[in-house]
Design a protein around this ligand. Structure first.
Ligand code: NAD
Ligand code: MG
Length: 346
């Protein structure tokens, strides 16, 4: 499922929460200070962008649990305005050179699961281009700074992927600025809750499919001519592909489509040595959930039905992306990697 909510659910008081301040020196728009934002309690006290000596065992134990306080933001929502703020691994992910010299494009790389993948990729040695919507510039600047702090090249390319011409431009620009491409992550998505099919308009249905299915198709088509043997594509699907919620009819349908797309394309690209896999997260604490992705009731108990009794944090997906992208996974293609706290895959 994909849902969420607000309140320091681990009982943390605001005074316990630390503040992360980053200054963007980013490539998009003019360089400017990024808003200082309340950060969720995380493991270690390293400076932003610098992994701490210890790792996430303790952080995971302190991850927030429901009930969450209800919160709402205008779509597409900012991670920096969520409460508690998601953990994307900013202070915890430690790289080990697994993706040294690789060049990655991640859609929806500004926040949530995409940001966690981007932080991990950069700390594993990859240069990274991110796509996001112009309204998400503040989140994107934080990510640009995190990539640069990891000593890698950051490329920020805002724009709406519902437009095929933009999708082609996005890939061309990423290839130009990175000097090539060998990891594509189709991660951006639209999710809006609708209780009943008769309330679901053609416009909304189309919006969801354009973002989640057509854009993946367009971006992948544009990318393939640039992908050499050893490259890979990772699509962010969802447990919704297998266990659709009643209020996410259109979204869940797109996630099933992504799984079929992944498995079919893996067969097409196998002999070229290009791997195609998907990741199927369970309920993860991200902006998608607080701007219409969930009903307020579901947001309050977000993650409660997971066997772990809590939602996952984006940081808990990072290693799955790295694993699928790494050369060591050279015989892994057409697979769906579930990260759902104990529920999910068929
Ligand atoms: P998120 O809001 O952080 O990321 C979604 C991103 O999609 C946004 O940041 C935005 O940049 C991008 N986006 C949406 N519409 C766009 C458009 N028209 N043009 C360009 N970019 C657009 O939320 P998230 O939960 O991290 O979502 C990332 C992926 O994870 C999605 O594919 C989502 O379906 C999947 N997922 C999320 C959950 C969950 O519970 N959060 C569970 C399973 C799967
Ligand atoms: Mg975002």
């Amino acid at each position: 499922m994909d849902s969420n909510n607000e309140k320091p659910a681990d009982g943390a008081q605001p005074s316990r929460r630390r503040f992360v301040s980053t200054v963007a020196t980013g490539l998009a728009a003019s360089a400017a200070a990024v808003a200082t934002s309340p950060a969720m309690a995380q493991n270690g006290d390293a400076a932003p962008g610098q992994p701490p000596a210890g790792r996430a065992k303790d952080a995971a134990a302190r991850y927030p649990r429901p009930p969450f306080a209800v919160q709402s933001q205008p779509w597409p929502a900012l991670a920096s305005k969520m409460n508690p703020r998601p953990d994307h691994g900013e202070t915890t992910y430690r790289g080990s050179g697994r993706l040294a010299g690789r060049k990655a494009l991640v859609t929806g790389g500004d926040s949530g699961i995409g940001r966690a993948a981007v932080i991990a990729f950069a700390r594993e040695g990859a240069d990274v281009a991110i796509n996001y919507l112009p309204a998400e510039e503040a989140d994107a600047r934080e990510v640009v700074k995190l990539i640069q702090d990891a000593g890698r090249k950051a490329v920020a390319i805002p724009g709406d992927i519902r437009d095929e011409a933009f999708c082609r431009k996005l890939v061309a620009e990423a290839v130009r600025q990175l000097g090539g491409l060998d990891i594509l992550v189709n991660n951006a998505a639209r999710q809006q809750s609708h209780d009943f099919i008769l309330e679901l308009t053609t416009e909304q249905f189309d919006w969801t499919f354009k973002t989640n299915v057509y854009a993946m198709f367009w971006i992948t088509k544009a990318a393939i001519p640039h992908l050499k043997q050893g490259s890979c594509i990772i699509n962010t699907a969802s447990v919704q592909a297998y266990s659709p919620s009643e209020n996410l009819l259109d979204y869940a349908s797109t996630k099933s489509a992504q799984v079929a797309f992944t498995k079919s394309l893996a067969k097409q690209l196998g002999k070229k040595g290009i791997r195609v896999n998907a990741i199927a997260p369970g309920p993860i604490w991200t902006p998608l959930q607080v701007c219409g992705g969930q009903t307020p009731e579901n947001l309050k108990k977000f993650g409660e039905e997971s066997p772990m009794g809590r939602p996952g944090q984006p940081a808990e997906l990072a290693l799955a992306f790295v694993t699928l992208a790494a050369d060591e996974s050279s015989y892994t293609t057409g697979q769906v990697y579930g990260v759902a706290g104990g529920a999910g895959n068929p």
